[in-house]
Design a protein around this ligand. Structure first.
Ligand SMILES: NC(=O)c1ccc[n+]([C@@H]2O[C@H](COP(=O)([O-])OP(=O)(O)OC[C@H]3O[C@@H](n4cnc5c(N)ncnc54)[C@H](OP(=O)(O)O)[C@@H]3O)[C@@H](O)[C@H]2O)c1
Length: 336
């Protein structure tokens, strides 16, 4: 049993608007001792995801909000350091929702084994984990694209968006990405083979969409909401489909966000708009994980990770995620 200290990041106060470092506090406690049926795990990679901002907010949500002093929510890739269960051996790699902390003793049944043969272990919380599953099911089960469809995806270079666009290409779509820098746009077209990309910070999104998709947009995978979605709605095709995956442009809003401004266009286009959660498809995640792993191995799908070193840097990295500073799936490397 290792002696020493476990560090955890907690929510020190509830932000209104953009979170700042003062909203987070580091706490220390002894490394816990696993009981019968538990494993002691040590975090290797910590996933940082936009939904964590939602957990910092009080009020109705699909999940329980954090209280002041709670450890920040999150999933990690970890190594089993001590096992009091027949389910895992020391040295096994697992993923587990233990939040932003270095160590945890948890029931072995709630740790999920990570198969290193599927891909690099960090991808267990990235393209082979929650964001990859979100892209796969949001696209294939919610939007149901057909070959020849025009597919638009926002936050296109990110953990979810990059996978959406690439699976869209596999399915024969004309894919347009929307992202927040020329570098990110160039990456989606040159590296990921998207057909086109629009920098929403420097270009007129509605005009560019009209130019690139003269027959209208058949499928919109919405990661951001706000003015970008307004521009997409103006260019939807007849019988188009919109999957509401995320609304990151609204996550730091301190007043209730404004809804879509142009719903009347949906009458003309007979558009179907559907929200979804990745966990709606949990029973099928293993199938998707295996398929995405194969696509990576055969070189059909690429992925990019943005790895920040050091547990102490988690709040700053998370604050940056909400401003588009990450380029690819954001992870914190906590230990080797
Ligand atoms: N429904 C579900 O089950 C589910 C599951 C996972 C994720 N999600 C949602 O999917 C979306 C993408 O998540 P991710 O993990 O892939 O994150 P990500 O794209 O890797 O990172 C977030 C990106 O959002 C963009 N962004 C930030 N502020 C923005 C703003 N005001 N307007 C437009 N874009 C903004 C930034 O990219 P740019 O530089 O391009 O602006 C930033 O890099 C999020 O909304 C998340 O909440 C939903």
């Amino acid at each position: 049993m290792p002696n020493g200290t476990n560090q955890a990041w907690t929510m020190a106060s509830r932000p209104t608007g953009e979170p700042t470092p003062e909203h987070f506090a580091i706490t220390e406690s002894p490394i816990p001792e696993p009981k019968h049926g538990e494993v002691l795990i040590r975090t290797l990679y910590m996933s940082l995801d936009p939904y964590m901002r939602g957990r910092m907010r009080s009020g109705p949500s699909y999940s329980t909000p954090l209280e002041i002093g709670d450890v920040m929510t999150g999933e990690v890739v970890a190594r089993v350091e001590q096992s009091e269960s027949p389910l895992f051996e020391v040295g096994d790699t697992v993923r587990a929702s233990i939040g932003w902390q270095e160590w945890a003793a948890i029931g072995a049944h709630i740790a999920k084994p990570v198969d290193p043969d599927l891909g690099s272990i960090s991808t267990a919380v990235g393209i082979l984990g929650m964001p990859g599953m979100t892209a796969y099911f949001g696209l294939l089960d919610v939007l149901k694209p057909r070959a020849g469809d025009t597919l638009v995806v926002s936050a296109a270079s990110g953990a979810v968006g990059a996978v959406v666009g690439q699976i869209g290409k596999i399915n024969g779509c004309f894919v347009i990405g929307i992202a927040g820098s020329d570098e990110k746009c160039k990456y989606t077209v040159k590296e990921l083979d998207f057909d086109a990309a629009i920098n929403y910070k420097t270009q007129n999104v509605s005009e560019e969409l009209a130019r690139l998709s003269p027959n209208g947009i058949d499928c919109y995978f919405d990661n951001v909401g706000g003015p970008i979605s307004d521009a997409v709605f103006e260019n939807l095709a007849l019988k188009s489909r919109v999957a509401i995956c995320g609304q990151i442009s609204q996550y730091n809003a301190s007043t209730p966000p404004q809804g879509p401004r142009n719903l009347a266009t949906l009458i003309r286009t007979r558009t179907t708009v559907e929200g979804f959660l990745v966990y709606d498809f949990e029973l099928q995640h293993e199938i998707a994980r295996a398929r995405i792993s194969n696509w990576i191995k055969e070189g059909t799908i690429k992925y990019k990770e943005d790895i920040v070193d050091g547990f102490e840097n988690a709040p700053e990295a998370f604050i940056g995620l909400l401003k588009g500073k990450n380029f690819g799936k954001l992870l914190v490397r906590v230990s080797e």
